[in-house]
Ligand binder design. Structure first.
Ligand SMILES: [Zn+2]
Length: 105
């Protein structure tokens, strides 16, 4: 029998709750491997910082990369395809701290 999955949304937040990065993926519906998700999100974040796409500080309050944490949300969706429209809407509404030029003082 196939394991039931859910789409999870992982957000990197600074201590003030500004969202630095959002990622999504499918995980086990009951017991997601949070450690694995953390690692994947952290790896993409590090890559973005390396590429210069994301600054290692919060664009709004200037909080350093070391103080950011991951916030994991389980959605009602089973697959990324099913969650697609919801994820697009979420991305549209999102405040991307690092995209605000000069916001870090
Ligand atoms: Zn911040």
């Amino acid at each position: 029998m196939l394991t039931e999955t859910r789409v999870y949304i992982a957000r990197y937040l600074c201590p003030d709750g500004h969202c630095l990065m959002t990622a999504s993926g499918e995980g086990d519906a009951e017991e997601p491997d949070v450690g694995e998700i953390d690692q994947l999100v952290e790896a993409s974040l590090n890559k973005l910082i390396e590429d210069g796409a994301v600054t290692p500080w919060c664009g709004i309050c200037g909080a350093a990369r070391e103080t950011w944490h991951i916030d994991l949300t389980r959605t009602q969706y089973r697959t990324i395809a099913e969650a697609g429209p919801h994820l697009i809407e979420l991305a549209r509404q999102n405040v991307w701290g690092w995209q605000i030029p000069g916001g870090h003082g």
